[in-house]
Design a protein around this ligand. Structure first.
Ligand SMILES: C[C@H](CCC[C@H](C)C(=O)SCCNC(=O)CCNC(=O)[C@H](O)C(C)(C)COP(=O)(O)OP(=O)(O)OC[C@H]1O[C@@H](n2cnc3c(N)ncnc32)[C@H](O)[C@@H]1OP(=O)(O)O)[C@H]1CC[C@H]2[C@@H]3[C@H](O)C[C@@H]4C[C@H](O)CC[C@]4(C)[C@H]3C[C@H](O)[C@]12C
Length: 383
């Protein structure tokens, strides 16, 4: 796998850093999740695929020393805390990069490591708001709407941070040096929105929220309810594809307003809504599947795995606990990701083996355990 041999220490956090670590693990990195003790853990990590867990109390000087020692042999440290937390633990970049100048020290925060808001608590919706993106999301005459926590947490945060890590690893092959990555979810989300900024001159975003081409203003870029309570997604932007949509709906284009005549959009939306409500999702699929009308079913989590296209591509996989999740993407032809099929690790499941692998002696491990600096939790046998 592409990232084989890359050693990552991921300090346990909420959603974005776990996704970043999971991406690295899926593509072959050895990812150790550094957890708080089981009794102190606040959130359950559901993105632990392919990781091992070390439970370590960083608040104790011996705990911080242990992490410092682990960082000497690591390629990447991923930390998800509020700015200043790592420095308070004597684990800031100055200390760790001095010990290991090749270390890539990735800081995944909401507002960044500096700036007026940097020390404030927040979540996806707050970062998306400050990025400017949230103001553009939502339907006409409704409040802005955050699409779950996908945009800031995962796309602008977890994925962007993984990209930063890969770029820094690549750069290190030339310079031999590590560096600090300041991955702010506000800036990650803003960066993702580059197209929205750059396309303003095209007239795509001049109208109020929910009245533009790609924000549910256009009748040909919208979802429609079907007679069985399901939905179809329509994305027929180009005239040649729009023509196929119109024909599939049984309409006569000569009797309709021009596709890009904004004044005709509300009426066209009403007509499309009415038409789509007359057939089931399956009936619409019979009409539109394998055409260029850009019309597809909105698949539920129940239906998506068994959809023929996804089945053929193996888009979803099952682990050995029968849990279904999406296969890593993208597909690399020679060195594809081969994600672990094992269940996610328990907190502290691999504490001892990780320390042994990293050169700690059995005596040192026993001492750390006696001092309650580390915790070891073995899964109960399944009898
Ligand atoms: C599923 C929900 C999560 C959704 C994600 C959400 C939408 C997001 O947006 S995630 C993005 C959050 N933001 C960031 O990550 C930005 C960067 N980080 C921060 O800004 C902050 O970390 C923070 C604001 C996120 C949290 O601040 P906090 O004050 O808690 O922490 P920090 O200041 O960073 O300091 C960390 C302290 O911890 C110490 N530490 C760390 N590691 C160790 C260690 N190994 N040993 C010792 N000490 C350690 C560190 O030293 C710091 O100490 P100090 O403060 O003293 O310096 C879920 C969200 C809520 C969940 C529910 C909830 O928890 C209740 C239930 C709990 C139950 O167990 C399960 C069900 C719940 C209902 C649970 C369900 C879900 O998990 C949630 C809904």
């Amino acid at each position: 796998m592409a990232l084989r041999g890359v050693r990552v220490l991921e300090l346990a956090g909420l959603a974005p850093a776990p996704l970043c670590g999971q991406i690295l693990a899926d593509f072959g990195a050895q990812v150790v999740r550094v957890d708080r003790f089981r009794s102190a853990a606040i959130h359950a990590d559901v993105q632990g695929r392919g990781k091992r867990s070390l439970a370590l109390d960083l608040k104790q000087p011996r705990g911080a020393e242990t992490l410092t020692r682990l960082c000497q042999k690591a390629d990447v440290l991923l930390e998800p805390f509020r700015p200043g937390v790592m420095e308070n633990l004597n684990l800031g970049p100055d200390v760790l990069l001095k010990n290991n100048p090749r270390l890539i020290y990735a800081r995944l925060t909401g507002f960044g490591n500096s700036g007026a808001y940097s020390k404030m608590a927040g979540h996806d919706i707050n970062y998306l708001a400050v990025s400017g993106v949230l103001s553009r999301l939502g339907r006409k005459d409704e409040n802005p709407y955050a699409p779950v926590n996908l945009l800031a947490d995962f796309a602008g945060g977890g994925v962007m941070c993984a990209l930063g890590i890969i770029i820094a690893l690549y750069e290190r092959t030339k310079s031999g040096k590590g560096q600090v990555i300041d991955a702010s979810m506000v800036e990650g989300a803003a960066y993702l929105s580059s197209f929205l900024w750059k396309s303003q001159n095209l007239g795509l975003w001049n109208r109020p929220r929910g009245e533009n081409l790609l924000d549910s203003g256009a009748p040909f870029y919208e979802t429609y309810k079907t007679s069985d309570g399901k939905f179809m997604a329509v994305g027929a932007l180009e005239p040649q594809f729009y023509k196929q949509l119109i024909s599939g709906l049984g309409l006569d284009s000569d009797k309709l307003p021009d596709q890009y005549d904004f004044s005709g959009w509300p009426e066209m939306k009403r007509r499309f809504t009415d038409l789509f409500s007359k057939k089931t999702q399956a009936e619409w699929c019979e009409i539109f599947d394998y055409t260029d009308a850009c019309v597809t079913p909105v698949l539920s989590f129940d239906d998506v795995v068994s959809h023929p296209h996804n089945k053929e591509r193996g888009t979803f996989l099952k682990n050995d606990q029968e849990e279904i999740s999406p296969r890593p993407s993208p597909l690399l032809s020679r060195t594809p990701a081969t994600p672990s099929t094992r269940r996610d690790p328990f907190i502290g499941e691999h504490t001892e083996e990780i320390l042994l692998d990293s050169g700690f002696s059995k005596e040192e491990i026993a001492q750390l355990k006696a001092l309650k600096v580390i915790e070891s939790n073995k899964p109960k046998a399944n009898l």
